[in-house]
Ligand binder design. Structure first.
Ligand SMILES: [Ca+2]
Length: 315
C-alpha cells in the first residue's frame, strides 16, 4: 500500500466513522423528532392523515391509564353537531376536548356545532386529554354533499315547481303567493332517504298572513307538512289538500321580521328550528311518503311583503 493509498484509506476510514456516527446521530434525531411529532400532534392534530381511530399516547411509566376518545355527531344540512361525551377516562377525568374540523378551523369543548362552507370530505379529529396529560385521538369522516335544492329565486322562473294550489309568483328575487288564496308549491327535485332538511328565509309581519316551507310534500295526493308563522306563532301542520291538522306549534310571539326556518325530518320525527333554535320537536306519521320540499303562502294585500327566499334542502 502506497503512502497515498494509506492516507486515502485513513481518510475514508475517518469518513466512514464520521458517516456512521452521523447516521447514528440522524437516527437519534429522527427518533426524537418522531416523539416530538407525536407530542406536537396534541396541538396540531391536523398533521395526521388517514385513519386515527383508537390512537392513544401514553405516559412513559404507565401509571396513568389513557382516556378513550369517541365522536358522535348529527349532521343538519351544512352544520354538524359534534358530541364527545362518549369519551371516557377510567382512572380519572377528561380535562380537555380539542377538535380539528379539517377545514382550517379548530375548537375546544365537549359539544360543538360546526358549519361547513364548502362541500367535500372532512376527516374530523377529536383529541381528548385526561387529567394526567395522557392523550387519545379518534377521527370521523364527515361528508358535505352540498344542498340538493338551492333556489334564491333570481331567475324569475316557476318551472322548477309543481303548484298544487293557488298561484306561485317568483319575481324580484323572492317567491310569494296569490292574494288571499292558499298557495302550495313543491320543488320538482325529489329528496331521497329518510333524513332530510328544508331551510328558507321566511318573512312575517305578526298577522294571520303567512309564508313558510313544506316538507314531505307528496304531489300525487297533495299531502305533506307545512311550517309557517301565523298570529305570532310558528306552526307545524300535517295537511291533505285543503284540510290540515296541527302537529305542533310554538308561541314565540314572533313579530315583523325575516326568520331562518329549518324543518328537519328523520323518519317520523319532525323538528322545527327558527334562527338556529329548535322550537318544535314532534313525532307524526300521518304523511310519511312525501319526498318533495316546497313553499307555502296565505297572504293578503299585494302578497309581496310576505315571501320566501333562499330555499334549500339537504339530505
Ligand atoms: Ca387517565
Amino acid at each position: 500500500m502506497t503512502s497515498t493509498n494509506k492516507q486515502t484509506n485513513e481518510i475514508m476510514n475517518q469518513r466512514t466513522k464520521t458517516t456512521t456516527s452521523f447516521s447514528y446521530l440522524i437516527h437519534v434525531t429522527l427518533t426524537f423528532l418522531a416523539i416530538s411529532y407525536q407530542l406536537s400532534a396534541v396541538s396540531y392534530a391536523a398533521d395526521f392523515a388517514g385513519s386515527l381511530k383508537g390512537v392513544t399516547i401514553t405516559d412513559s411509566d404507565g401509571a396513568n391509564t389513557p382516556p378513550t376518545a369517541v365522536i358522535n355527531y348529527t349532521q343538519n344540512g351544512d352544520t354538524v353537531d359534534f358530541d364527545a361525551s362518549g369519551s371516557s377516562d377510567m382512572d380519572g377525568s377528561i380535562a380537555e376536548y380539542r377538535w380539528d374540523f379539517s377545514d382550517g378551523l379548530t375548537a375546544t369543548g365537549q359539544m360543538i356545532t360546526h358549519q361547513y362552507v364548502s362541500s367535500g370530505n372532512f376527516p374530523v379529529t377529536l383529541t381528548v386529554i385526561d387529567d394526567q396529560g395522557a392523550v387519545a385521538l379518534t377521527q370521523q369522516m364527515i361528508n358535505m354533499s352540498g344542498p340538493v335544492i338551492s333556489d334564491n329565486f333570481t331567475d324569475s322562473s316557476v318551472g322548477d315547481y309543481s303548484v298544487v294550489s293557488g298561484q306561485l309568483t317568483i319575481a324580484n328575487g323572492i317567491a310569494y303567493g296569490q292574494t288571499w288564496k292558499l298557495t302550495r308549491a313543491y320543488h320538482n327535485t325529489p329528496l331521497t332517504g329518510d333524513n332530510y332538511w328544508v331551510e328558507a328565509d321566511v318573512s312575517y309581519d305578526g298577522s294571520s298572513r303567512s309564508a313558510g316551507v313544506i316538507i314531505r310534500g307528496d304531489t300525487s295526493n297533495m299531502t305533506g307538512y307545512d311550517t309557517y308563522f301565523s298570529n305570532g306563532r310558528i306552526n307545524l301542520s300535517g295537511f291533505q289538500d285543503t284540510s290540515s291538522s296541527w302537529v305542533g306549534l310554538y308561541d314565540g310571539e314572533y313579530g315583523t321580521g325575516v326568520y331562518k326556518v329549518k324543518v328537519e325530518a328523520s323518519g317520523d320525527n319532525l323538528k322545527v328550528y327558527v334562527d338556529g333554535t329548535m322550537v318544535i320537536d314532534k313525532t307524526d306519521n300521518q304523511y310519511p311518503t312525501g319526498v318533495n320540499a316546497g313553499i307555502r303562502f296565505y297572504t293578503g294585500g299585494s302578497g309581496t311583503d310576505i315571501y320566501v327566499d333562499n330555499l334549500s334542502a339537504y339530505q
